[in-house]
Ligand binder design. Sequence first.
Ligand SMILES: [Zn+2]
Length: 502
Amino acid sequence: MNLERLRGRAQAFTEDVSREGYLAYSGLKPEAALQAIYARYPDILSDETLGGCLGRFRDAAEGSEDARAARMMLEWQVEARVGRQLASLDEREVALENESVIRVADGRVIPYQRAAIDIANSSDAGDREAIDTARARVVEESFAPLRLERLERELDAVEAMDIAPGYNATFETVSGLSLVSLGAECEAFLRDTASMWDSVLNERLRAFGIARGEATRADSLALFRLREFDDAFPESVMESVIRRNCSEMGLDATAAGHITLDIGDRPGKRPRAFCSPVRIPEEVYLVLRPHGGQADYGTFLHELGHALHFANARADYPFEYRWLGDNSVTEGYAMLFDHRMQQREWLLRYTGLDRNRTGAFLRLAGFEELHFVRRYCAKFLYEVQVYGGGVGWKSLPDMYVEMLAAATGFRYRRADAFIDLDSRFYSTRYLRAWQLQSLLDEGLVNRFNEDWWRNPAAGPWIVGELFSEGQRETAGEVARRAAGADLSFAPLTRKIEALLSS
Ligand SMILES: [Zn+2]
């Protein structure tokens, strides 16, 4: 198949999958008809097409635009072919998520999708434990076996493509990212921040009235919910406040109508917010199910960063640069937006916090940030073991509980070992994004001052220099071009230290 035809068909396919995901995960459709979509595109998922993409990737001159695009197309081929093998399981999972309920020991029956929200909003440790025990039972009975089967199929499908020896080597080949060096960075970050984490965790648990050895992951959901600040983050004005922030930095929050905000409550809507670019740049959906309080503001900002990125991508760019590439870039832009919640002057301007409370809020933001980065480091290191194939399935739950507890200090459940997992090392994208956003922020401060987020020249610069490029460049290239520095955890660690001493 020639490249132009492949691009056209691949884009049509990707748009169909994205639209179906948007409808199913936002609760507008009870099921996702994924298999039917795959069945309509046998030509782009044939062995000949994979062979063609592999040949183009191997023949392209190093450092050329051809090499960039060929790598992206090959990575997409791997993803789409694996997706086809997993489509029936993913359909089953969507249906299960929508119909499953959890039965708490006291007789309450809660939709599975609401469990995390109810746990976060419960101020009683015993109650959180009861809901989480009921949730874990459903996970053990239905979701974990499904995910284990998915994992086995995913590994088989990747190995059958014979691009490199094994899943991890294939990921490194098609993404250009080294798992070994990122793993070493994560281990160093965990080591370097261990004593800082230890002391801040002890302090927070004391304030929360939980003994150090007793703290669970369910407690962590409530701990980071920060209900004591709910009054400063009213849901009723969230959209208008963030729209005002956008216009003050010279951005249109809907990108000339390209972005649709879907931020109300709806049964069947996933608790985890997401952004669906159904057509890039013309049709982008931001979907959020409100949990309440500051977390919603952060989530909204995050998804808006994604939405603005996709909705401002250059329409004349080829399919690969608009749709594919290194997702650390879009996650980095999303985090650049959500990290405004760590900025004192931003909080004073756009939220109900006053000077007396911002210090306490920022210290908690530092606590949350350190927790999330440490959790993702551990998750990634665990995923390298899962996909590396050197550890038996039966040993993974204990390994999961041990690695996550060591990094976070919270007790994890064995039941979650196969559901708290990102396919195709998506966790690497978040880790790179954390590094990228702190450099981009520094770069913007240098160009537009500390309050770049209300400088009317900053938005157009971000659109012109960052968003419009889609994902043509990797996160490392964006960091060097926009901030003149290489990605590392160093600026992030400095920022967390500053937050904790606010
Ligand atoms: Zn994101």
